[in-house]
Write a protein that binds this ligand. Structure first.
Ligand code: ASP
Length: 598
């Protein structure tokens, strides 16, 4: 038998035609002497009916079929009888009447149902990922991901971008994220690293004259994992020559806009994307990746708070802190217990405390009423645009603590009030990031993005005198509270690059040892260039509405970096280690597999 159609293909117009389908048994049921099988493949489900008076052989074979058996069926397409069509299936108006069948491969009873959208333990799903991937939801995510990537490739190709692969075995770059190391067998004692991104190669491609580059690039970071992190992930890596920041923003924004509009799954909140400076984002939303699907801006009430009699406010302000507030619309009825919960929430995020003001019927209810005049209370409500029935939340602390606590409270309030519309995409640009941040442990500056980022022209003169005030030509594109991608205009002159290396604590010798190839390349005619790298996994997750990144990655790893399907990482034999010139420390050896004859 040869497959003629997929299981998602047959329609009423095919009635009377012969067809051969191959796929998996999704469900089997017997009814009045007939056997019905829902046959499933990637494209859909088709009902097959086995009638003993049409083919006794096929019918008796169908009796043996169980869920997940792989079968081939040949037969005639029939319109389903009146009232028996299934509006939920694309093929629901027809069925295949089997004249011939074959079991291509039986299957054990799967450890979970494939044909139901039930909650299943994630480790079990990952262990049997090939079964999990048969389930409609995950399968659709993977197909959707293909569509997104295909759209991006075609879009960029049409605009003159060239996809170029860069190496996976690369030179270690200390300073950024921790990299995975790969020991070299041929040069024992030396190591490759897996790239945290193709950053250096894409810049070198600009030196080489490939002025518009992209790559659907796998990146590796050996970092502690969080819910939305994987040790390997995919980004849309892009780089362009002869561009300034505005060009990169424009091209990225039109790609994202066209993508979203062509998929038609979401509404864009704003076009063009709003632009915020880093300082603005931190001040108004307490985050450099604000969720702009709703307002609820954080308001600085330091002046008002300083004029109050409240000691906590005064102490915070006297030590360089701030007093800021957030309005929680309509939550002014919260009980003592609910308020305590919010206080605990703020404390868990580092705040020493949380002051609450309920704008109740009879006037504001708050411990603050003892320390503020009625006029000051009115002024507070006015500053926050708050009305009767609202709740005001106040934090007094160091600026970073205030930002974190109120930023998280803002999200929490947004969640409680259902302000996070899942059908809305609120993209925005965050610009003018600080170039450097202070590394307290090592006592020197370090790059906030990466060391190839160009400072803003107007801040160049501050590099020697006030490095903390230097802003970068760096941009992040954020959406619904997550960072979708970041990039920068790069340094393309050797002297400035060397200056930055020195500033971030590298001796000239170290810089030459690690980045000599970049410095040298900059002396052979390097065009001005810049780029960006939106994360594909994050983007697909946002666009598909998946609740975590593992749902859109075909073979993801667990939070502890384990591939439950294959069992990686796994110990290796002593002989393999010896090949590489390695021995294990006793602690590591104890857990390792010591047999040389597995
Ligand atoms: N390589 C950077 C990153 O992975 C992105 C860029 O600057 O283009 O974050």
């Amino acid at each position: 038998m040869e497959r003629t159609h997929t299981c998602g293909q047959l329609r009423a117009a095919d009635a009377g035609r012969e067809a051969t389908l191959m796929g998996w048994v999704n469900r089997r049921r017997s009814l009045g002497g007939l056997i019905f099988i829902d046959l499933r493949d990637r494209e859909g489900i088709t009902q097959v009916v086995f009638n003993p008076s049409i083919s006794a052989a096929a019918h008796s074979l169908a009796e043996e079929m169980r869920p997940e058996y792989v079968v081939a069926v040949h037969g005639v397409v029939r319109l389903r009888p009146e009232g028996a069509s299934n509006a939920n299936l694309a093929t629901g108006e027809v069925e295949l009447e089997a004249t011939q069948a074959e079991v291509l491969n039986p299957a054990k009873t799967p450890p979970f149902y494939i044909n139901e959208d039930a909650e299943i333990d994630e480790p079990l799903r990952l262990r049997y990922r090939y079964l999990d991937l048969r389930r409609a939801k995950v399968k659709n995510n993977i197909l959707f991901r293909h569509r997104v990537v295909k759209y991006i490739r075609d879009w960029l190709d049409k605009r003159g971008f060239v996809e170029i692969e860069t190496p996976i075995l690369v030179k270690e770059t200390p300073g950024g994220a921790r990299e995975f190391l790969v020991p070299s067998r041929i040069q024992q004692g030396s190591f490759y690293a897996l790239p945290q991104s193709p950053q250096q190669f894409k810049q070198i491609l600009m030196v080489a004259g490939f002025d518009k580059y992209f790559q659907i690039a796998r990146c590796f970071r050996d970092e502690d994992l969080r819910a939305d992190r994987q040790p390997e992930f995919t980004q849309l890596d892009m780089e362009m020559s002869f561009v300034d920041q505005e060009n990169v923003l424009q091209i990225t924004e039109s790609l994202l806009t066209d993508l979203v509009e062509s998929l038609g799954t979401h509404r864009l909140l704003a076009k063009p994307f709003p632009r915020l400076t880093y300082d603005e984002a931190m001040a108004k939303y307490g985050s450099d990746k604000p969720d702009l699907r709703f307002g609820l801006e954080i308001v600085d009430i330091s002046d008002l708070a300083g004029a109050s009699e409240f000691k906590v406010f005064q102490a915070a302000l006297a030590t360089g802190g701030q007093v800021k507030a957030l309005r929680a619309p309509g939550l002014g009825h919260y009980s003592r217990r609910e308020l305590d919960e919010l206080v605990q929430f703020a404390q868990n995020r580092g705040a020493k405390g949380l002051m609450t003001v309920e704008l109740a019927e009879g006037g504001p209810k708050s411990p603050l009423t003892k320390f503020m005049t009625a006029g000051q209370m009115d002024r507070l409500a006015q500053l926050l645009n708050a009305q009767r029935g609202d709740l005001i939340l106040i934090v007094a602390d160091r600026p970073d603590v205030v930002a974190e606590a109120l930023g998280q409270l803002r999200l929490e309030v947004g969640r409680r009030l259902n302000f996070m519309d899942p059908n809305l995409l609120a993209f925005a640009w965050v610009l003018q990031m600080p170039l450097l941040e202070w590394n307290d442990q090592e006592g020197h500056w370090q790059s906030k993005h990466h060391q190839f980022t160009m400072p803003m022209d107007e801040d160049l003169h501050l590099l020697d005198t006030a490095p903390q005030r230097v802003r970068a030509k760096q941009y992040d594109v954020v959406c619904n509270g997550t960072e979708v991608g970041g990039g920068s205009i790069r340094i393309h002159r050797r002297e400035l690059q060397e200056k930055i290396f020195r500033l971030i604590g590298m001796s000239d010798e170290e810089a030459r040892g690690m980045f000599g190839h970049m410095l040298e390349a900059f002396e052979y005619g390097t065009p001005p260039h810049g780029g960006i790298a939106p994360g594909i996994d994050r983007l697909v997750m946002l666009l598909s509405g998946a609740e975590n990144i593992r749902e859109v990655i075909p073979f993801p790893k667990t939070q502890s970096g384990v591939d439950l399907l294959t069992g990686a990482p796994s110990p290796v034999t002593r002989r393999r280690l010896a090949d590489l010139g390695l021995t294990l420390l006793p602690e590591a050896a104890r857990t390792a597999w010591q047999s040389d004859n597995p």
